[in-house]
Ligand binder design. Sequence first.
Ligand SMILES: [Zn+2]
Length: 90
Amino acid sequence: MQTPDPDDPCAGDTDCQAALAEIYSYLDRELTIERRTIIRTHLDACSPCGDRYTFEAELRQVISMRCQESVPEALKNRIADAIRQEMQGR
Ligand SMILES: [Zn+2]
């Protein structure tokens, strides 16, 4: 359920909904260059979507590296720290 929130810059923004809906296709490189450019531009301009993308991208890396095993707590913490630093750096 999505409730419109006046404090959330993404609320009710169809660009955000489209970008988030295509994050997985973007990560899987299933999109055309034109679509990728549109989404990349949005992710750079919109920090909530950009953070979401960063999180999903890091998660993908962990899963692909460690698909046979459960992810160790230390690695999860490192990723959480990296995301936090990324967010603070912007
Ligand atoms: Zn957005």
